[in-house]
Design a protein around this ligand. Sequence first.
Ligand SMILES: [Zn+2]
Length: 217
Amino acid sequence: MPLDVSELPLVGGHPVLDLVNTLERGGSSPPHDFLSDSSALLRWSGRVGVLSDAEFRQVSRVWRDEPAVAHAGLAAVRDIREGLHVVLLALITDADGDPAGDPVAAGAALVALHERWSGAAARARFVLDWSRVRLAYGTVPAMLVPDRLAEAARDVMVTADLTRVRRCPVGEGGCGWLFLDQSRNGSRRWCRMADCGNAVKARRLTERRRAGRSPRP
Ligand SMILES: [Zn+2]
């Protein structure tokens, strides 16, 4: 797997599913957080189109001048990420037909996500946009990134077809990443189609070889 957020594949089909995939869960090693600091979060946000180039420079300046504000922004995004993960897992059915997540935890996560979104909505502004009026989120640079992501989370939860949320099958060696299955017949199984499956096979082979070469004392 890549170690920098700039190399992270974007396979979620929506920015907030890609957000959930910035924390590698599953596996025996400790989870790797691609959003390791506020600078990684900014670079990721630019990549997925959460902010424009001009906004990127503006937020960079504010966060550089006020590290505490940058830290709060990162913490808010990690909160949104965790809440979404819990909610989306509760919507997924595993191969054996059981829900992958806990509905009670999902209810609590929805309350927290609504609080994040209310804060973002309170900072949003109506703006004239040619011949119409638009609700613009992220008008306060310090909170622009979490506010845009809180709104994107609301968008996916309220408008996406959540029966299409899938998890790359951990039980079969998949990575556990979430994605929106946009295939016509809804049969997508791996986050990166054959890639993840092939990577899993290659890793298993390497592990078997390594185990064969250096047996435990
Ligand atoms: Zn995968």
